[in-house]
Design a protein around this ligand. Structure first.
Ligand code: TXA
Ligand code: MG
Length: 326
């Protein structure tokens, strides 16, 4: 793996420089507690256009706007239901994105032309410091998707960002190195435009946590009757995928990669990629393990899916997409 000249360790000065780079229209990849994001000034259409080019992502896929606190919600969204305020107070800063009706400041170039905007306050201290600094100098916020090429596995280290995107970045862009992401899978996305919340993408903020914070039952995430227009990346098609074929819940054979909880043994000749001790660790190491399989040139990876609720729901959601060959 080559070291990128774009990578920098984070000090107060590098964060100030990164905020200045965003303000000048460049891209800054930064750590969050979920995965690394590829950031641009959310009010600069040219800068945001470059995000889509660098990722190779279709422009009708909307971006999440990263803000520094609950107090910034009213700047980007309108008609915010009470339950969304409860959620924001309960889980921000944290791994949760709220889909809300947008104000004009959230341009079509962010929202893919939809009437809604996705907002998130990340808890990673480097992410928060960068957003705060950028809001101070720009009166804007940071639009950021995960910092991977479209359809690939999200990066959970700065080196993985560099491996994915370095070829597509310029010397004025930056990658902030904040170590390994502590959650490891993308934020929970909650549609807050209806009478009740609806989970569009499962994550570390679980259905049980949402129901408790809002004292409301969720709308089933499979019902699209209320908002057929809401788009989230690839509801069923291939996504979050390594080059290797991902096979679920079968006995691995020699030559295959293997990811499973630590209590499951490794059959002879199988290449063990990860042995997490619990579901939280499973989420944290999953994407790096899938990347390692590709680095080692393994053709196939067998993953034994974790059972039960909590973060396991998000892990199974991503694995189902990674395993889909359509
Ligand atoms: O954890 C995360 O959410 C990471 C970090 C960097 O914050 N970001 C992330 O962004 O995963 P991205 O773009 O890779 O995935 C965000 C998903 C996309 O599938 C997008 O379609 C959906 O959120 N999304 C964004 N805005 C939306 C909106 N207004 N309505 C419906 N879906 C939206
Ligand atoms: Mg993504």
């Amino acid at each position: 793996m080559s070291n990128s000249p774009l990578l920098s360790n984070c000090t107060a000065k590098t964060i100030r420089d990164a905020a200045a780079a965003l303000n000048a229209g460049y891209l800054v990849a930064f750590p969050t507690e979920t995965v690394y994001g590829l950031g641009a000034d959310a009010r600069n259409p040219d800068a945001v256009k470059r995000i889509y080019e660098v990722k190779g992502r279709p422009t009708d896929h909307p971006l999440i706007v990263h803000i520094s606190s609950v107090n910034q919600m009213n700047k980007w969204a309108i008609g915010i239901p009470d339950y969304a305020i409860f959620l924001a107070r309960a889980f921000w800063p944290g791994p949760m994105t709220l889909i809300l009706n947008r104000l004009d400041i959230a341009g079509d170039f962010i929202t893919g032309g939809q009437d809604t905007v996705g907002l998130r306050v990340p808890s990673d201290p480097i992410a928060l410091a960068l957003i705060e600094e950028f809001e101070k100098i720009s009166d804007s916020a940071i639009a950021a998707p995960s910092a991977n090429r479209f359809g690939n596995v999200s990066p959970t280290t700065a080196q993985a960002v560099s491996d994915e995107l370095n070829r597509h970045l310029t010397p004025n862009d930056q990658i902030l190195d904040g170590g390994v992401c502590t959650v490891g899978v993308e934020s929970t996305i909650i549609d807050c435009t209806g009478k009740k919340p609806r989970v569009l993408r499962p994550g570390a903020i679980t259905v049980e946590m949402i129901e408790e914070a809002t004292t409301t039952e969720l709308v089933s995430s499979t019902s699209s009757e209320e908002h057929p227009e809401i788009r989230v990346s690839g509801p069923l098609n291939r996504h979050y995928s390594p080059s290797a074929t991902v096979l679920l819940d079968q006995l691995p054979i020699a030559g295959q990669g293997y990811i499973a909880l630590a209590d499951l043994p490794t059959p002879e000749g199988v290449i063990r990629l990860a042995s997490p001790r619990n579901n939280e660790e499973f989420a944290r190491v999953l994407y790096t393990s899938l990347r390692n399989a590709d680095t080692q040139g393994l053709p196939q990876i067998v993953v034994m899916q974790p059972k039960g609720g909590g973060i396991a729901v998000a892990i199974r959601d991503r694995l189902m997409r990674a395993a889909n060959r359509d």
